[in-house]
Design a protein around this ligand. Structure first.
Ligand SMILES: [Zn+2]
Length: 160
């Protein structure tokens, strides 16, 4: 598949990468339809994220369709349309139980950082049940990705 891959500060390339596969029973693999480029992607690509290493697919958010789910995923099935937000959350740890999903002890801000992200044809989403949001098949995906950008901006300003 094609993906946008980080190599070093200011050096990324659109290149062939292996297809993601289910690694854990709580994973889903999503076929990307639209991905978001947000202002936080820019400093990451400039080399300011120490956790980002050579060969990592970048991208935090997007909209797509479920391609495959692990055996423990119960909220989604192949063909479901989903919104991918920047945070993956297990849904059961102490922080998730308090609604502090971005501080999930097993997840958090992983996509396009410590695991491959959404700027690709396919992406693996850990803890799919707690991390993905269902959307209708006829949802306006362009509006949804613009809404995600707006919510990110509000969150940065601590409005939400
Ligand atoms: Zn958690």
């Amino acid at each position: 598949m094609n993906a946008l891959v980080y190599h070093s500060a200011d050096k990324e390339s659109w290149q062939k990468m292996p297809m993601p596969v289910i690694q854990y029973s709580t994973d889903a693999v999503v076929k990307m339809k639209k991905a978001v480029i947000y202002e936080t992607d820019i400093p990451v690509m400039n080399g300011n994220a120490l956790s980002l290493t050579d060969g990592r697919i970048v991208g935090h958010e997007g909209v797509g369709v479920i391609e495959e789910v692990g055996k423990a995923v119960s909220n989604f099935k192949k063909g479901d349309h989903v919104l991918i937000f920047s945070t993956t959350s297990c849904g059961v740890c102490a922080n998730c139980a308090q609604g502090l999903y971005s501080l999930c002890e097993k997840g958090g801000k992983m996509l396009g950082n410590v695991i491959d992200g959404t700027q690709a044809e396919y992406v693996r989403i850990p803890y799919a049940d707690g991390s993905l949001f269902p959307i209708s098949a006829d949802a306006d995906e362009g509006v949804l990705v613009k809404l995600m950008l707006h919510l990110n901006t509000l969150a940065k300003k601590k409005v939400v």
